[in-house]
Design a protein. Structure first.
Length: 360
């Protein structure tokens, strides 16, 4: 016989933490295990006089010029011995191998910066970052998706690589230890996951490079970012990855992939079973809709100006469309979706007529 009085007390779920970028700073001035830092003084204690401490300072100290309402205050740092090799290319290859060794132990980070700045290192890490995104075939074979972004800096004005997933700042010789790449990330990164353009931003503590008009054009054609001055206004051009894709687009696409994957895993883990039915397929598809709606709220996906709804389409398959083999192996047919990017204004031309009177 059941009790007459039943009391159940639930504790509200702890609010989710603020979403931030997972950043790894890699020092090549001595081996140290990876550690999470939230305080510059602790970083300076663990890495006294090291380049990585200056990188962290540039990353953290962006409060005077950032447009964000917060600052980056969390970073991982790992230390390795200086890469060995007979030439700079060999050293760059050794550095990539060391990064892969770190990934084998801990792959739960997204953005990489390092204190190595040679053109060979930039080229090698740009190629490494591009290769970090698995293909559909690799995903199907069981490779986990731990795609990366690389932020770097270069003094090279010509012949820079054109890889995706790499963001590079040009700096003059003698200015490398201003760590423009870290400053740039620290200035715009706090907006994450909100989508904002990375152009027109003003990283604190870095110098405007001494470039001719032709050199600026050449860097822009190579999609290398640099601090410029136009009509006494300093800002970064052009907010692009080395392949020409805008940084906010690349980060937004990665965010959608990450969020959608997390949503789908949560659905499978939180349901005792999901029927192989139209209703079951709809339950799974909810993870896709939630990720896309979140991307709309963050300004990654555009809104229709009239309905204010996200401009995307999702095609959820029906049970009748599944093959016998798919049903037997409990494999749901693919969910297909498309979305329109929000984008941003990067330039404008204004033309008009100045009259002495407004009368017709």
């Amino acid at each position: 016989m059941p009790n007459d009085v039943i009391v159940v007390v639930d504790i509200d779920a702890k609010p989710k933490g603020v979403e931030t970028l997972d950043i790894l700073l890699l020092s090549t001035e001595g081996k140290k295990d990876m550690k999470t830092y939230r305080d510059l003084s602790v970083i300076n204690t663990d890495y006294p006089g090291k380049k990585v401490a200056k990188m962290a300072e540039a990353l953290f100290n962006q409060g005077k010029t950032t447009l964000a309402t917060t600052l980056i205050r969390k970073v991982r740092i790992a230390g390795i011995e200086a890469p060995a090799g007979d030439d700079e290319k060999a050293k760059a290859t050794a550095l990539v191998a060391a990064v892969e060794g770190i990934r084998e132990k801990d792959d739960d980070w997204y953005i990489l910066l390092t204190d190595q700045t040679s053109p060979e290192v930039v080229e090698a890490l740009a190629a490494w970052a591009e290769a970090s995104e698995p293909t559909e075939a690799e995903l199907g074979a069981g490779i986990e998706d731990h795609r990366k972004l690389y932020f770097g800096q270069t003094t090279k004005k010509e012949g820079n690589p054109s890889n995706a997933r790499a963001i590079v700042m040009y700096v003059d010789e003698g200015k490398l230890e201003e760590w423009a790449d870290a400053a740039y990330l620290g200035n715009v990164g706090p907006f994450y996951p909100q989508s904002v353009t990375w152009k027109f931003k003003r990283p604190q503590g870095i110098s405007v490079p001494d470039l001719t008009s032709g050199e600026r054009d050449a860097l822009a054609e190579q999609y290398v970012n640099f601090l410029t001055v136009e009509y006494k206004r300093e800002y970064v051009k052009n907010g692009s990855c080395l392949n020409g894709e805008f940084i906010d687009v690349q980060i937004g696409a990665d965010y959608i992939a990450k969020t959608m994957r997390e949503n789908l895993y949560d659905i499978f883990l939180e349901n005792a079973t999901i029927g192989y039915t139209d209703e079951g397929f709809a339950i799974v598809a909810d993870g896709v809709y939630k990720a896309l709606n979140r991307a709309v709220d963050l300004g990654i996906i555009a809104r229709d100006p009239e309905s204010q709804q996200g401009v995307y389409t999702v095609v959820v398959p029906k049970r009748s469309e599944a093959t016998d083999e798919q049903a037997r192996s409990r494999q749901m047919p693919d969910i297909a979706w498309e979305a329109l990017l929000e984008g941003a204004v990067h330039s404008v031309k204004v033309k008009g007529v100045l009259r002495a009177t407004l009368s017709a």
